[in-house]
Design a protein around this ligand. Structure first.
Ligand code: NDP
Ligand code: DXP
Ligand code: MN
Length: 393
């Protein structure tokens, strides 16, 4: 039986990963779990999965958890903070680390896991956006694998398994277009609640807002570039509102392979664990007896400027994608906190990008410094500059 640790176990991907593992007795044992603030849910997960080591965001949560577990059997080692994430990520004996913390917070523990020789089941796309070159180089040097969990990248990976070695000619990444694909005409008045209502996927708040701005797809283009070694100009975004075709691969002879299924993250999560095999799973099947329409349309980059910003940052390369990602994290949080309007997200990101000089071949320290600079710059712009405001009702 293989051992696995999950970083971000209390989140959307983390909870679904534990559900997948629970349904696969004898395949994986949970050796470690890391969460942020939700110590109550972590306590339940500990009772069910008996990890050896766990971590929470801060000392207070760690204390609450320790008190809660007191007297209830052999407790796990409890850590907290960045050191805690590292301790779980490098847990001796674990073969796979499922990286599902949100945002750049996932980068350092993922790098620590790679250094410790772990295979990474990667949901945290921000890791590859900020440090793709470094992370892929490290995986190669350590002889470990980065197993895609993101649904589009899992689809590409599934289409490529069994294909001749070498990069495909083109990757077509599908995008739902989010809740604002066509309406409302004026995006400046959309509320947090409207933006959190994704038509097809139930996910954490940050990625849900990224889907609404389509920044998610911009990040995913970079993720695909690093995972599959395909040039940026050979990765095309295609809007597909039904989210049934999870992505496609085009080969040199013009053949196109696609992976289809109902939108359910448990399938890509399980595939990352079963690859190259497949195991029975809980995901409902597509019902081909029902009439179904699959539609495809090009993305509207005027309506979704984040796509263009991400593409420009990707082309510049170096530390620019890390800066884009960090500025976007600040902008999304400000939108969720109702300090910034929806249309302010790309405006703020662009201001930060404009002020940055990219450094190429950056070390982890330089990438983290660029990330920190971008956050500070974005916060200052939020505090001092005139930016599109949020709707107050
Ligand atoms: N949700 C989805 O369907 C998909 C998600 N992804 C990617 O997967 C990642 C996770 O997304 P999702 O599950 O939706 O996010 P959620 O917000 O639902 O969960 C995030 C998890 O990370 C934990 N966390 C956040 N910050 C920290 C921190 N500083 N230290 C330790 N733990 C932390 C949270 O802990 P707590 O809740 O305890 O505070 C929670 O367990 C993202 O990178 C996202 O882009 C990719 C494809 C699909
Ligand atoms: C489930 C998943 O992988 C998400 O990244 C999802 O694809 C978001 O949907 P959008 O296509 O709306 O960005
Ligand atoms: Mn995705």
């Amino acid at each position: 039986m293989k051992e696995i640790v999950i970083l971000g176990s209390t989140g959307s991907v983390g909870r679904q990963s534990l559900e997948v593992i629970r349904r696969l007795p004898g395949r994986y044992r949970v050796a470690g779990l890391a969460a942020g603030r939700n110590w109550r849910l972590l306590a339940e997960q500990i009772k069910q999965f008996h990890p050896r080591v766990v971590s929470l965001a801060g000392p207070e949560e760690a204390r609450e958890l320790a008190q809660h577990l007191d007297g209830g059997g052999r407790p796990p080692e409890i850590h907290w903070g960045e050191e805690g994430l590292r301790a779980v990520a490098t847990c001796p004996g674990a073969a796979v680390v499922l990286s599902a913390v949100t945002g750049t917070a996932g980068l350092e523990p993922t790098v620590a896991a790679l250094m410790a020789g772990k295979n990474i089941a990667l949901a945290n796309k921000e890791t590859l956006v900020a440090a793709g070159e470094l992370v892929m180089g490290l995986a190669k040097a350590k002889g470990v694998r980065i197993l895609p969990v993101d649904s589009e990248h899992s689809a590409v990976w599934q289409c490529l398994s069994g294909a001749p070695p070498g990069a495909p000619d083109r990757i077509i990444l599908t995008a739902s277009g989010g809740p604002f694909l066509h309406e409302p005409a004026d995006l400046s008045a959309v509320t947090v609640e409207m933006a959190l209502a994704h038509p097809n996927w139930h996910m954490g708040r940050k990625i849900t807002i990224d889907s609404a701005t389509m920044m998610n797809k911009g990040l995913e283009v970079m993720e695909a570039h690093w995972l599959f070694g395909v040039a940026l100009d050979r990765i095309q975004v295609l809007v597909h509102p039904e989210s049934i075709v999870h992505s496609m691969v085009e080969f040199v002879d013009g053949a196109v392979l696609a992976q289809l299924g109902v939108p359910d993250m448990r399938l890509p999560i399980q595939y990352a664990l079963s690859h190259p095999g497949r195991w029975p799973g809980p995901v409902p099947r597509l019902d081909w007896r029902r009439a179904m329409r699959l539609t495809f349309l090009p993305p509207d980059t005027r309506r979704f400027p984040c796509l263009k910003l991400a593409s420009a940052a990707a082309r510049t390369g170096g530390t620019m994608p890390a800066v884009l990602n960090a500025a976007n994290e600040v902008a999304v949080q400000a939108f969720l906190d109702r300090r910034l309007g929806f249309t302010g997200i790309p405006v703020l990101v662009e201001r930060v990008l404009d002020a940055h000089r990219a450094v190429s071949g950056a070390s982890l320290e330089e990438i983290l410094a660029a990330d920190a600079w971008a956050r500070e710059y974005a916060q200052r712009a939020l505090d001092r500059e005139q930016l599109p405001c949020c709707r107050r009702d």
